[in-house]
Design a protein around this ligand. Structure first.
Ligand code: FCB
Length: 453
């Protein structure tokens, strides 16, 4: 089996990373605005004030997407652009921007895939406690309602939250991402619990109010162990490594997905974290979190190779010196796109979309005016071939979104890391499709057959 005829090929981006115009037309501030101004927080002191200026260049960008042959585009809505203080007064100009984007996508025959929250939390609500405040759930539901009421006549594909693992662990634990807090595990599990409830409330709002029949999922990190060999014991060890919680932190799959899909926090995590870091579960919370999803969206970039130890548990294998890495120094592990979706499909039994995958690469405009990025082509080809194997293995995988459409603001790494299929000159805003964009177009047109040469 290979890619089905309706397999969805897309690319992804997010509001704060590309839009710029952070205060234009009445938009409110997000937690990234002050965070970027904190000395040392972001590489080079960069910020998202202008970014790709997508806010003013959306027509050009949609034209580029069309040229790329994208069938779908995953983007997020900036909460403070739409609700400048997070709740209450709606900013019509903010909504109008997304109207224009969605209409342009539909006119270009590109399906809009809308993420409600990709980390740009309203500063005004952060000042009232952010995700640590249980009221976050109602605040996010209010925002969700504004979005669903306005766009669900044209949008039917929804993702609630992006990578809670990252915005909780790095935003509230390690402090390397906005809001830059360094809190203990107890407060991280509290913030996480509210974010999961907000996810559930958002699903309820979508199901209750959407005009077009909705397809609802989320987009979370896939922390993947890959087996060193295809032996059943190594595979089982990788499965355990991917699904067990063995470290007292929130960098895992099941702390998030078990409550969302099965309605309870995982036993191993509860035991390991102990009563002091138990989430503040009140009556009805888990029912709220546990809303039916139509798909599992997962972002996978790399994985940890493991073999089975004497007890069948995962034993990490050190990468041999000189193993391939991206410009970001992330390991290149193509089988993560086979085993990650496979293990997640086995456990949660939901159709899978790869909502992000890609690499940062050292790209520049050559003397011939083009951007040659053979590494991006090779990386993506290797990963997609492994994804195809996961499909042959029986996992129900419905689509793939490349991260990213454009080079953009890569959070704490600023503009240093280039993930785009399209090069952006940040001084002028000039876009140049890279060689990989042309290559990806061929993959889309051939529905993946061109992967085999
Ligand atoms: C993911 C984020 C996305 C982007 C990529 C490289 O963690 O969801 O915004 O930064 O990594």
């Amino acid at each position: 089996m290979t890619f089905s005829s309706n397999f969805l090929w897309g690319a992804a981006a997010s509001s704060y990373q590309i839009e710029g115009a952070t205060t234009a037309d009445g938009a409110g501030l997000s937690i990234f605005d002050p965070f970027c101004r904190r000395p040392g927080a972001v590489f080079g002191g960069h910020n998202g004030d202008v970014a790709c200026d997508h806010y003013h260049r959306l027509d050009e960008d949609v034209a580029l997407m069309k040229q790329l042959g994208l069938r779908a585009y995953r983007f997020s809505v900036s909460w403070p652009r739409v609700l400048p203080t997070g709740i209450g007064k709606v900013n019509e100009a903010g909504l109008a921007f997304y109207d224009r984007l969605i209409d342009a996508l539909l006119a270009a025959n590109i399906e809009p895939w809308l993420t409600l929250f990709h980390w740009d939390y309203p500063l005004a609500l952060y000042n009232r406690g952010g995700w640590l405040n249980r009221e976050s759930v109602a605040w996010f539901a209010e925002f969700s309602q504004v979005i669903v009421d306005r766009f669900s006549d044209r949008v039917s594909k929804w993702m609630t939250i992006n990578e809670p693992q990252v915005f909780i662990k790095f935003g509230y634990g390690d402090g390397t991402l906005a809001p830059g807090l360094k809190l203990g595990l107890d407060e991280q599990t509290r913030a996480c619990h509210h974010a999961l409830m907000a996810h559930g409330a958002c699903v309820q709002v979508i199901r209750a109010r959407a005009k077009l029949p909705p397809t609802v999922g989320w987009a979370v990190v896939g922390r993947v162990d890959v087996p060193a060999t295809d032996s059943p014991t190594d595979i089982e060890a990788a499965r355990r490594g991917s699904m067990n919680i063995t470290q007292p932190d929130l960098w895992n799959n099941t702390w998030y997905a078990d409550p969302v899909i099965a309605g309870h926090y995982p036993e191993d995590g509860l035991k390991l974290f102990g009563p002091a870091a138990a989430p503040p579960v009140e009556r009805g919370d888990l029912q709220l979190i546990n809303q039916k999803l139509d798909f599992y969206g997962v972002n996978i970039y790399d994985g940890r190779p493991v073999k089975a130890d004497a007890n069948g548990n995962p034993e990490p294998i050190t990468f041999p010196p000189g193993s391939p890495q991206t410009a970001f120094r992330w390991w290149i592990v193509p089988p993560s796109l086979r085993w990650g979706p496979r293990f997640l499909f086995e456990r949660y039994k939901l159709p899978i979309y790869i909502t992000e995958n890609g690499l940062s690469n050292i790209d520049w405009v050559s003397l011939d005016g083009k951007v040659h990025d053979p590494q991006r082509i090779d990386y993506t080809q290797r990963y997609l071939l492994e994804l195809e194997r996961a499909i042959s293995d029986g996992a129900d995988i419905r689509g793939y979104f490349h991260w990213s459409l454009l080079d953009n603001f890569e959070w704490a790494a600023g503009y240093k890391e280039r993930f785009g299929l399209i090069h952006v000159d940040f001084a002028t805003g000039t876009r140049t499709p890279k060689d990989s964009a042309t290559w990806y177009r061929g993959i889309i047109e051939s529905n993946g057959r061109a992967l085999h040469g």
